[in-house]
Design a protein around this ligand. Structure first.
Ligand code: 3YP
Ligand code: ZN
Length: 389
């Protein structure tokens, strides 16, 4: 297992092959309290850990340690995002409100975004972890990076915490790539099972960031993530939603990648690719109804890496979003990390044998219809020129 020699395709291309990994113990100390799934405890809801708990993240990190994969990663020590960096996206009032609640012992960022004491500092460290990963990739210390951050970010609006998210980690990473590294074209692919509404809104009128979200149609937030929402003003055409039906598996995701995501990247020519990497589209997730396996996540990662190689010297940063199966997130995450380091299928996923044979994993007609509709959006994409920005 650990230390085994292997070939790394990227080394032949002359790029940096090291993979960065961001983790901090404080990410596990973010306190979402008690609840059940996403419901707060109380009334008939018997208290247990809140659905967004440290377990999934910790167990992923533990699996990387036990299998030796962690030793093959470059540990990137996260720094907190500064207030100035948070204000690139969020409003002063919102940042101040989170900070005040955090100092007073915790609160709720708005819509299902609970946090405990020190929640501000931890959320700033979560966002900062993704900035750290961007800096490492842009500086060439590593070729690509996985940021195992918590709390997640893709639902956070400028002035509202939502869906377990306080600060918009991926959006802040794109803004940082622009402000600190001068990038003009960043692509964000969001394969969390929920719609990346916060990321979409951050760049809705901005062609400098191409946002693509693959999600389960109309689950959270409700009435968000429609295929018709393509951006506005100068950003028109630079937001793509692929709202897949519940029950979608690798067949649907592969079709969406081959016919929408990859052609869109080819047309846009990003200088950096970011992935809002949730694992709640897995077979076992309590908050999603999709059917991806660890193998499926590895495939999406491989395709994204190849695209990043084609367009931007492999520069790729994945930031952790949702994923609530404490049993399965570790195997899905390990499959992604394995793929990033160029050593696939070393960690045996004990669930995979059972899931490989499950039905309905090929592209279904009603899924195909969504992919076909999204495919039509690709024609509008082109690299934005200075005049179109
Ligand atoms: C937030 C409240 C109900 C569903 C839940 C979704 C959180 C998530 O994983 N977002 O990506
Ligand atoms: Zn999610």
């Amino acid at each position: 297992m650990a230390g085994e020699s292997r070939t790394m395709a990227k080394s032949e291309l002359g790029g940096t092959t090291a993979t960065g990994f961001v983790w901090h113990e404080l990410y596990a100390w973010h306190d979402t309290g008690t609840g059940s799934s996403f419901m707060p405890a109380g009334g008939l809801v018997e208290p247990e850990m809140h659905g967004e708990s440290p377990a999934t993240k910790r167990r992923l990190r533990n699996l990387l340690e036990v299998t030796g994969l962690l030793d093959e990663l470059v540990a990137l020590r996260p720094r907190p995002a500064t207030e100035e960096e948070l204000l690139r996206l969020h409003t002063r009032d919102y940042v101040d409100a989170i900070k005040a609640m955090s100092a007073a012992g915790g609160g709720d960022g708005g819509d299902f975004a609970p946090f405990g004491p020190g929640g501000y500092e931890i959320a700033a460290l979560s966002a900062g972890g993704v900035l750290t990963a961007v800096d490492a990739v842009m500086g060439g210390t590593v070729g690509q990076a996985y940021a195992l951050v918590r709390p997640p970010g893709h639902h956070a609006e400028r002035d509202l915490g939502r869906g377990f998210c306080l600060f918009g980690n991926a959006a802040l990473a794109a803004l940082h790539a622009r402000a600190a590294h001068g990038l003009e074209r960043v692509a964000i692919i969001d394969w969390d099972v929920h719609h990346g509404n916060g990321t979409e809104h951050a760049f809705y009128d901005d062609p400098g960031v191409l946002t693509i979200s693959l999600h389960q149609d109309n689950v959270f937030p409700v009435d968000s993530g429609a295929i018709e929402d393509v951006g506005e003003g100068a950003g028109r055409g630079f937001n793509i939603n692929i709202p897949l039906p519940p029950g979608s598996a690798i067949g649907a995701y592969l079709a969406a990648f081959e016919r929408v995501v990859l052609p869109a990247l080819r047309a846009y020519r990003p200088e950096l690719v970011l992935v809002a990497c949730g694992f709640d589209a897995s077979m076992l997730d309590p908050l999603g109804s999709m059917m991806l396996t660890s193998e499926g996540f590895a495939t999406l990662t491989r395709l994204t890496m190849d695209a990043a190689q084609e367009h931007c010297a492999g520069r790729l940063v994945l930031c952790h979003e949702g994923g609530y199966s404490s049993a399965y997130v570790p195997f899905c995450g390990a499959a992604v990390v394995e793929t990033l380091i160029g050593a696939s299928e070393r960690i045996e996923d004990p669930f995979l044998e059972a899931y490989r044979e499950a039905g309905y994993q090929e592209l279904q007609a009603h899924q195909e219809a969504v992919v076909a509709a999204a495919e039509r959006l690709v024609a509008a994409i082109h690299p934005p020129t200075p005049t179109s920005r």
